[in-house]
Every structure is written in C-alpha cells, then in structure tokens.
Design a binder for this molecule. Structure first.
Ligand code: CP
Length: 355
C-alpha cells in the first residue's frame, strides 16, 4: 500500500509524475471519466475544510467513484471516545482509499499504521499539507511554466503554516529557487525548514515588511494568521492584520508576479486585489481537483509496501511537542530518528535533546 504522509517520502520523479498526470487530466478530462468506478473514498475530517475536502470529493466523483466519511467528528463515534486507530481500522475496511485531516501533528502517519487501504494526509495540525503542495506545484507549472529559478516570497503565519512548510521543502529540491520569508519575529519560519534549505543549498532571507521585497518576487505566497493555532486570543490579536496585501502594494510587484494563497483568506488580502490578473488564488484552488484526481488514480491500485516507521522506539521518551499525536494516542510506538544526542519524532518531526 502506498500512503502519502509527507512528499519527502517520495523521489522528485514521483512528484513530477503526479504533476504531469494532473496536467493531462486538466487537458483531457474525458479520458479519465469512470477510471475509479466501483471504488470508495473515505474522508475523515477531524478539522474544518472547504477546499481540501471538497476537491478530494469532486476528484473521486469525477473519476466515477463514491464517497463515505465525516466532516465533523462530533457526528461520528469519535464523540463517544473512539480513538484514531479504531476509527481508521473500521473506515479503511469500508473504503479503497482514505483521506484524513486532523488537528494533531503526525495524525495521518498514525492512521496509516493501522489502515487497510492507502492513506492521504490532508493536513496534520501545523505540520504538513502535501496535497496543497502538489496543488501549488501544478499551479506554478501551469502558470509560470517552471518549478525552478523562482524567487518566492512567503508571508504571514510562517511558524504554523503547514502549506508553507511543505512547499518550501518541495521547492528546495528544484534548481536555483530563492525564498524570502516575511513575518513577525513571533511567527518566523521554523529552524528545521531553514536547515532543509541550507542542506539543499537554497538561498533564503527574512524580512519584516512586504513593501521591501515586492519588486524582487516571481511568486508571492500569502497565508492566513491561524487563530486556531494560538494558545490565547491576545497572542492572535497581536499578530492579525500585520501583513495585508492591497492594491497599492501590488503596484510594486513585477508584471508577471503571481499571487497565491492556500485559502481561506481572512483579512490578509483585500478584495480589490482579486481583480488584478496576477491574483491566482481562486484558480489555484480549482487546480486542486486535477492534482487530487492524479493522486487518487496513482495510489488507489498501488500495491507497493512502505515502511512508515524506520527509527528507534524509545519507550520512556515522550515527544516534547504538545500537539504531537503521540501525546494524545498513548498506544502509538514512540519512534524517533536518532542522531547523536538528538532524537527527531517520526510523527511530527519535533527534535528533542536526549540526556
Ligand atoms: N487550502 C486548504 O487547505 O483549504 P481548506 O482548509 O479549506 O481545506
């Protein structure tokens, strides 16, 4: 069974194959009608979603398949205390492919440990969102004609932005991409992402205003300040509305700049920007259907086996990330990638110092 938990579990050739298939589906949708006839997709959304959930559902319906699932755990037996393992085991016995979104980091990997069908990570807390990244890669391919030689500005909630983390990781593997991170000190890009960029020889810098970087950018990736990831409303209030892209700021952008946003938007892009031909976020959301059709087609019949946990189980060590799934679902093996005194949680990538 093939799962999609983290894009980095696959070689770049696999990503390129998915993007290429999505381009073909976009150009020739009729060829794929009925390709998943008789197959069932289970969608387990423990956290709200519009685009990811409905684009997966649309993808499956356009391929001729059917759907089961929930979009609110309160209406399922999760509300009676059923754990992730049991819910996954049951639904993966009904479905041919599972799509899961969960507020805890590493939850999709935890679900895949138990599932009897392929699992796709549709967002695990502030950690990863690989299918958004594939959507962004398809958008860049269709709209910029390339995934390399780009200056990419990322603005907003860079610490909690799983779409930002996944996209940085992916684009760092393509030639000559440069990243400019625009955020407040509190919402800076995590150091593990900087380490990946350094390891892949990618240039990056941090800035505090959008104005100072606008003229340099080929791509501006705006993000929402995620109120649901803050521990208090005061902390959120201090961060919201710091960065707002408006018509005036757009004047400093290149003619062929493209503005992307994984959406939903709150106040970080004013509505008048929507009429600018460089604002492509609605188109980007639509491209999400084609990439998800390509993914479902690729994964549903795949019989390859993948080893999900490759590290060392440390029974007496807990992940220090309070949002890690291992701190909620206690039966999960606490598995870490060890390197000297450092252990990296195999679910959420948090690093801890061993003593
Ligand atoms: N981009 C994205 O993940 O949107 P939803 O939260 O609406 O799925």
């Amino acid at each position: 069974m093939q799962h999609l938990i983290d894009l980095n579990d696959y070689p770049i050739s696999w990503w390129n194959k998915i993007v290429s298939l999505a381009q073909d589906i976009y150009t020739n949708p009729g060829r794929y009608k009925g390709a998943c006839s008789g197959k069932v997709m289970g969608t387990l959304f423990y956290e709200p979603s519009t685009r990811t959930q409905m684009s997966f559902q649309t993808a499956m319906l356009r391929l001729g398949g059917s759907l089961i699932g929930f979009d609110n755990p309160a209406t399922s037996s999760v509300s009676k205390g059923e754990n992730l393992k049991d819910t996954t085991k049951i639904v993966s016995g009904y479905a041919d492919i599972l799509v899961i979104r969960h507020p805890m980091e590493g939850a999709a990997k935890a679900a895949a440990l138990t599932a009897d069908c392929p699992v796709i990570n549709a967002g695990d807390g502030g950690h990863l969102h690989p299918t958004q990244t594939l959507t962004d890669m398809l958008t860049l391919t269709l709209e910029k004609g390339r995934l390399d030689n780009l200056v990419i500005g990322m603005c907003g909630d860079l610490i909690n932005g799983r779409t930002v983390h996944s996209l940085c990781k992916a684009l760092s593997f393509y030639k000559n991409n440069k990243f400019i991170f625009v955020s407040t000190p509190e919402l800076r890009i995590p150091s593990y992402i900087k380490d990946i960029l350094n390891a892949n020889g990618c240039e990056f810098k941090e800035a505090s205003t959008l104005e100072e970087v606008m003229p340099e950018l080929d791509v501006l990736y705006m993000t929402r300040i995620q109120s649901e990831r803050f521990t208090s409303m005061e902390e959120y209030e201090a961060q919201k509305n710091v960065y707002v892209l408006d018509k005036n700021k757009m004047k400093a952008g290149k003619k062929d700049l493209i503005v992307l946003h994984p959406l939903p938007r709150v106040d970080e892009i004013t509505m008048d920007v929507d009429d600018d031909s460089r604002a492509l976020y609605f188109k980007q959301a639509r491209y999400g259907v084609f990439i998800r059709m390509a993914l479902v087609l690729t994964m549903i019949e795949n019989k390859d086996t993948v080893q999900l946990l490759k590290g060392t189980v440390l029974k007496d060590t807990c992940c220090s990330n309070p949002r890690c799934i291992t701190n909620r679902e206690n039966y999960l093996p606490k598995s870490f990638r060890k390197s000297g005194d450092i252990a990296e949680c195999e679910y959420c990538d948090e690093r801890i110092l061993l003593n």
